[in-house]
Design a protein around this ligand. Structure first.
Ligand SMILES: *Cc1c(COP(=O)(O)O)cnc(C)c1O
Length: 364
């Protein structure tokens, strides 16, 4: 069996360090906002060369608290991509604002920046680009539009820790960057976790207050907040893996190159990296007209594959019911029919990649 991600292999490689980090937390018994959370915040801020990082309970809350900190709420509009995990748009709706979906570029699966300006209204308060599958969104035109219309940019970096756009790490280009440490992400814990990074001191302070029941000083509350703190045990685990993240991402890029060399079928569109971008291959996602046939052939050989995402957000029942609008976003809809993600993780072997690619070459 070849799974989409093999978390066990990675754990066994790091077992001594991770077990020691966990048992250290148990011995210290500072379980809530303890020393590992602050150390991880400092390390992640330093990794990004930014002044602030705030740990939160998960990636969804990272986005939610960032939007709240910018005062986004009822009546506002936020532009984002329909080709992403629901969380990206869910947080917009949770705050009473409206997600406005813009079509994607099929080459990168990210926002088509040439279509953003036409969706801007007086209600537009923010853009949430997603660096989907680990490929950076086209940040230069997004920042230009945001500057022109004075709107905020909240980067959804949940799938792209360490990816680079024009030499700059994702999450450092917009007003804030939001990360998830869900177990299957490139940098991950063994449970839920998230973080917001920014150079904006006021916004970082707001998010710190919001994550802890609207309180800066214990039992004094200045806002209606959340219980959304990053867990100390998760922070200790993530600190171990942070030391290896560049190696892990490099191994993913190598694996992607092996796949691209081994998949020969002309009917398959391989993932590409736009020049001046550094992909981190959270997913290795191909496109094929007969992707269901491919998925079936892989399954027969005990190889996992997955469709991210089968239903674009603008076609999700929840948003159709909420907003009663039907938009056509043809590129996104086509990708939803054709995408197939293959097993991808740093420890995947060259032999496994050749085996998977052979099955694909024979089935297509
Ligand atoms: C995983 C993910 C999230 C949400 O992160 P959680 O930690 O699961 O809440 C948000 N956006 C994208 C693009 C994701 O992949």
């Amino acid at each position: 069996m070849i799974p989409m991600v093999d978390l066990k292999k990675q754990y066994h490689n790091l077992k001594n360090e991770i077990d020691a980090a966990i048992s250290d937390v148990l011995e210290q018994t500072r379980f809530i906002l303890g020393p590992n959370v602050s150390a991880l915040e400092e390390e992640i801020a330093a990794y990004h060369d930014l002044s602030h990082a705030v740990g939160v309970a998960n990636g969804t809350d990272a986005l939610l608290l960032a939007l709240r900190a910018f005062g986004i709420g009822a009546g506002d509009e936020v532009i984002t991509t329909p080709f992403t995990f629901i969380a990206t748009a869910e947080v917009i709706a949770l705050l009473g604002a409206t997600p406005v979906f813009v079509d994607i570029c099929p080459e990168t699966f990210n926002l088509d920046c040439s279509r953003i300006a036409e969706k801007i209204t007086t209600k537009t308060k923010a853009i949430i680009p997603v660096h989907l599958f680990g490929h950076p969104a086209e940040m230069a035109p997004i920042m230009e539009i945001a500057g022109k219309y004075n709107i905020k940019v909240i980067e959804d970096c949940a799938q792209a820790f360490g990816a680079k756009y024009n030499g700059r790490k994702v999450g450092t280009i917009g007003d804030v960057g939001c990360f998830s440490f869900f177990p299957s992400k490139n940098l991950a814990g063994y449970g839920d976790g998230g973080m917001v990074i920014t150079n904006n001191e006021e916004i970082a302070g707001q998010i710190k207050i919001l994550r802890n029941h609207g309180s800066a000083k214990r039992y004094y509350h200045q806002a209606i907040g959340y219980n959304s703190r990053l867990d100390e045990i998760q922070a200790a685990i993530i600190r171990v893996k942070l030391k290896k993240i560049d190696q892990f991402n490099e191994a993913r890029r190598k694996n992607a190159a092996f796949y691209c060399a081994a998949i020969k079928s002309k009917d398959i569109i391989l993932p590409t990296t736009v020049s001046d971008c550094e992909h981190v291959y959270h997913q290795f996602t191909i496109r094929a007209k007969n992707r269901d046939v491919l998925a079936g052939a892989l399954q027969k050989k005990d190889i996992a594959s997955a469709v991210y995402y089968p239903v674009p957000l603008h076609q999700q029942e929840v948003f159709l019911n909420l907003y009663n609008v039907s938009v056509k976003l043809p590129q996104c809809e086509k990708c939803a029919q054709e995408v197939l993600s293959l097993p991808m993780f740093p420890e995947l072997s060259r032999e496994e990649i050749i085996f998977i690619s052979d099955v694909i070459n024979h089935a297509s």
